[in-house]
Design a protein around this ligand. Sequence first.
Ligand SMILES: [Zn+2]
Ligand SMILES: [Zn+2]
Length: 270
Amino acid sequence: MAAKTPEIAEPLECETISCPVDTCLVPADLVLVSSDGIRVGAHSHCLELYSGGFISVLPTISATEALEETAEVLEILMYYMHNGRQPSSRNIPFHILQALAAAAEKYLVYSAMEVLNLQMERYIPSHPLQVLIYAVKYDYPDLSDKAGPLSIGVPFETVLNETENRPDILLLWTRYREYYLEIVHTIYASEPAPVLHPGGIADCGKWSEFHYTMLNKVAGSAEGVSKFSHNLKQLGFMLAGCFHCVQRSENWKHAITKRVEKIPAFSSMA
Ligand SMILES: [Zn+2]
Ligand SMILES: [Zn+2]
């Protein structure tokens, strides 16, 4: 069959592919091939109306060439390109949401971008690195500033793998983490000044054990800095009964917290 221009995947004559939107009865006039080899029906007028990016991408796609998105992602995306109720974005599993949010950005589906962005934000506590990468890629500085501190605990190997195609993001992350590592150095290099006990005693015995346990918790890691206050509080029982050692631990917390607060926002690394 001779190729037509533009080379979008048009339905074969004998092939009837319906629109994936279950309330839509309009026949599909073009077919998208997903990365997992499934043919997904679409309407060219919808792509034109609701997406700033699809139409410019499609003419370069041949009838057999697959898009980067899976069928599941393309099918949900089609709902955002119909004049109808949008699907609930709350229950989309993260791996789908991540691909969907990226597709909405790539194809400029404005009706989906904001709502998916809000859903991505919900996943910062469980997927800080993935949200951070999305935020940097698609220029959401507020989101990268929120995800940045939590991404510090992600192992370097994981960051390396996830940023495989974006060495610039790896560089930003490494520079950002450096601020935390400087504080790690401070934690090990200088102990907070003693708060003298009655009789001029520096340590009643509780502090040294507490300090040693805290250093083990920090474990030389950037994450140890971001969890410093939390761990200090958790180990507070070790100082129970000694006002002076508790005061010393409070001074330590304030000194480190002050430094953490001075770490520049992730978006300023660029
Ligand atoms: Zn339809
Ligand atoms: Zn004490």
